[in-house]
Design a protein around this ligand. Structure first.
Ligand code: NAX
Length: 325
């Protein structure tokens, strides 16, 4: 057994957390040899509901869970944490513009970033799930100047997994036959799911997948999948989002499979023409607990336009919260 680590999850009483906490507690994220202390953060009005979640976690008698701390104080939640999953966020209310949503969440993520800066372990890894995830991650990062900026990531894995599932269904192959799919840009309807370098059963995806299906059906399906789920289920994606959060953290810590890569929202560094200053989705390899952008991919004109459009949106979101950066 390894040394116990603290894992903070915000929005602990929300629907994604209900799909997430039990899997973290079972060892699916950090491994079955990694004991954990869960730190669950909620707003004061949700503390009773959070107590209910805690009781259920206790009733699972997970051997890996050494303690569960429930709190409405970010300073308590992030103390000594080596992993933080920032799921809690303000949902879009009636009549709320995107700008209002950005502002409402900006103050939450700025407070959480400041608290992490004060009390979290210096080697913390942060995954932002709460929307708008990329810009919230940027705000948290900018509010935590004493923590490695690269520690702040945004969840694009749900989009990545959605793309895999669409290709598997279209090409009628098992999911395991598909490699090297990439999501570029923002976790929004402008995101660019790319199959330019993807392989299906070891063959270039462009030879297996119908290109007009890809451009006219797959791209919009992946971009709009969140809305389609709300329409069908009457509630937003929860179990699949929780699953993606587990996948994101697990691969970051334990590595991506040989020959494959994943997609993560990470600080832009000029790679692939995305200037510094936003949290952008790139294809990444993970090994030894670190991610690196997949180098030297050819970007054709179609891809360039799609990536630029989504990156432009990221900079517009950044401009809307500039006063907090
Ligand atoms: P819920 O509304 O069910 O849960 C959110 C929880 O966060 C609530 O219990 C709320 O009280 C709590 N919360 C709000 N402000 C908080 C604060 N300051 N500190 C701590 N907790 C706080 O939403 P849920 O369905 O769980 O979704 C959570 C977030 O994930 C939303 O922003 C949602 O848009 C986002 N998503 C992101 C996805 C991604 O791929 N990046 C996909 C799924 C999801 O849409």
């Amino acid at each position: 057994m390894k040394k116990t680590v603290c894992v903070a999850v915000t929005g602990g009483a929300g629907q994604i957390s209900y799909g997430l906490l039990f899997r973290i507690a079972a060892g699916e994220m950090l491994g079955t040899n990694q004991p954990i202390i869960l730190h669950l953060l909620e707003i004061p009005s949700m503390m009773d509901a959070l107590t209910g979640v805690r009781m259920e976690l206790e009733d699972c008698a997970f051997p890996l869970v050494h303690d569960i701390v429930c709190t409405d104080s970010p300073q308590v939640a992030f103390r000594d944490c080596e992993y933080a999953l920032l799921v809690g966020a303000r949902p879009r209310g009636k009549g709320m513009e995107r700008k209002d949503l950005l502002q409402a969440n900006a103050s939450i993520f700025s407070a959480h970033g400041k608290a992490m800066n004060e009390v979290a372990a210096r080697n913390i890894r942060v995954l932002v799930v709460g929307n708008p995830a990329n810009t919230n991650a940027l705000i948290a990062q900018q509010s935590a100047p004493d923590i490695d900026p690269g520690a702040f990531t945004a969840m694009m894995r749900l989009d990545h997994n959605r793309a895999l599932a669409q290709i598997a269904q279209h090409a009628q192959v098992p999911l395991t036959a598909i490699q090297r799919v990439s999501i570029w840009g923002n976790h929004s309807a402008t995101q660019y799911p790319s199959i330019s370098h993807a392989l299906v059963g070891g063959t270039a995806a462009s030879e297996v997948v119908d290109i007009s299906w890809y451009r006219n059906e797959m791209i919009p399906t992946v971009q709009q999948r969140g809305a389609a789920i709300i329409q069908a289920r009457g509630a937003s994606s929860a179990a699949s989002a929780a699953n993606a959060a587990i996948d994101h953290m697990r691969d970051w810590v334990m590595g991506t499979p040989e020959g494959d890569w994943t997609s993560m929202g990470i600080p832009s560094n000029g790679s692939y023409g995305v200037r510094e200053g936003v949290i952008c989705s790139y294809p990444v390899h993970c090994a030894d607990g670190r991610y690196t952008i997949v180098p030297d991919l050819d970007i054709d004109e179609f891809s360039r336009n799609k990536i630029d459009l989504s990156v432009q949106e990221l900079f517009e979101e950044r401009a809307a919260v500039e006063s907090l950066l």
